[in-house]
Design a protein around this ligand. Sequence first.
Ligand code: OAD
Length: 230
Amino acid sequence: MKSIFILTGAGVSAESGVPTFRAADGLWEGHRVEDVATPEGFERDPELVHAFYNERRRRLSSVTPNAAHLAIARLQRAHPVTLVTQNVDDLHERSGSAQVIHMHGELLKARCERCGAVAEWSGDMGVSSSCGHCRTKGGMRPHIVWFGEMPFGMDAIDAAIVSAGLFVAVGTSGNVYPAAGFASIAAAHGIPTLEINPDETGISGVFDEHRRGPAGTVVPFWVEEILRGS
Ligand code: OAD
């Protein structure tokens, strides 16, 4: 049985209360992306960047998975699924998805820039945090992929796209590459593609099928269809 490749974006967590990125004002929760999501921004003002991610990490405890996360986890238990998310929250894991590729990293992980160790991190992080592995202070950063950095898991992702039987994108605007190019790769390999999003996106034209509506309604319905074999 061929696997289903699911790419999720901020829209899958929107109904859980996690804000999406591209608000009309072009800011990300009040900040310029260059200030809080680039290596240069971190070098310029590490305190600001730590504070930004600390705030988002704290907020994770007050959000819960929605019906879309739960339906994807249900599908994963019954059918081979490669689940790739651009989201840095842990809502797929909390809804029961066992295997999730976080291509843009995870809020609940930290990385030491001195020794490269990656560790679970649930509390606040700052310029004086120390690495549990090499014990050095001052080299800890969020394990998040910033603009200009290479996303994680790309080899596994590339292999999974071209061997999939169906490609589905849920709640992503198609603005950020390489993820925005995945649907085109699938289409070039003759793999059927489905976009689930309330709105048209810049890459809607690439998809064979569109289901317009919020993920929390559309995804459970679609999963039910797959499980019924229709
Ligand atoms: P965006 O914020 O760019 O897009 C969110 C998408 O979700 C839009 O297309 C919305 O129409 C859609 N949406 C909103 N509500 C929805 C709902 N209830 N159900 C389904 N869809 C809904 O987020 P991403 O495409 O995920 O990168 O952004 C990609 C990357 O850009 C992020 O991972 C992040 C950001 O900069 C990094 O942090 C590296």
